[in-house]
Design a protein around this ligand. Structure first.
Ligand SMILES: [Fe+2]
Length: 202
């Protein structure tokens, strides 16, 4: 009887009694960390991709920096703002400085880099006639003179739909970017000065 009671006192009734040595052993045994093995060459590929990514972002930064000199604030003369061409542009407008009477537009073509005047710049004009229609009679090309100056005379264009009176211009000059812009008329004026400043480039 005594021997039986000693045997019972040594018995365990907890989880370890149910799972036996599996829990007891895992409680005290150090479980080694899981090791993910990479295939041969994987480290080299990861390093290569990382360097490629860094190079890509560096290149993007350099491109952004290289674009900075093209901003208006970096030019001695602020470039003329471009404007929409619209659907009525036709190339090869005839050489003539007048398509009517009543409104005179003059100005000088200059370089944005140093404000130097640009001779022989081709300035194409097109505008709506007094009826509000675009026609061939209101198209012209004027070449700037040796001082970069130009003069263009026309009938003042009317309001065009919801748009205020305006004259379209397209300017090309060797060594400069082509500019498409518009001149807006002030009500009641018969003349205006409109200097054109081009950005160097092709
Ligand atoms: Fe227009």
């Amino acid at each position: 009887m005594r021997q039986h009671l000693e045997d019972v006192s040594k018995m365990s009734f907890g989880p370890s009694a149910v799972l036996g040595d599996r829990i007891e052993s895992s409680k005290y045994r150090r479980i080694p960390p899981v090791q993910f093995s990479r295939p041969p060459g994987a480290e080299t590929k990861i390093l290569f991709l990382r360097r490629l990514l860094v190079s890509f972002f560096m290149l993007c930064g350099m491109l952004l920096l290289s674009d900075l000199p093209l901003r208006a604030a970096d030019y001695r003369c602020p470039p003329t703002e471009p404007d929409i061409k619209g659907p009525f542009y036709k190339p090869d407008a005839p050489l003539r400085s007048s398509v009517g009477k009543g409104y005179v537009l003059t100005g000088t073509v200059k370089s944005a880099a140093d404000c130097a005047t640009i001779p022989k710049a081709a300035i194409e004009f097109w505008l709506a006639n007094p009826d509000g229609d675009y026609d061939d009679q209101h198209r012209a090309t004027v070449i700037s003179d040796r001082s970069g100056k130009y003069r263009f005379e026309t009938e003042p264009p009317p309001n065009y739909g919801f748009r205020p009176p305006h004259i379209h211009l397209r300017i090309t000059a060797q060594g400069f970017k082509t500019l498409v812009t518009q001149h807006y008329l002030d009500n009641g004026t018969a003349q205006a000065r409109f200097d054109i400043v081009l950005i160097p480039g092709n």
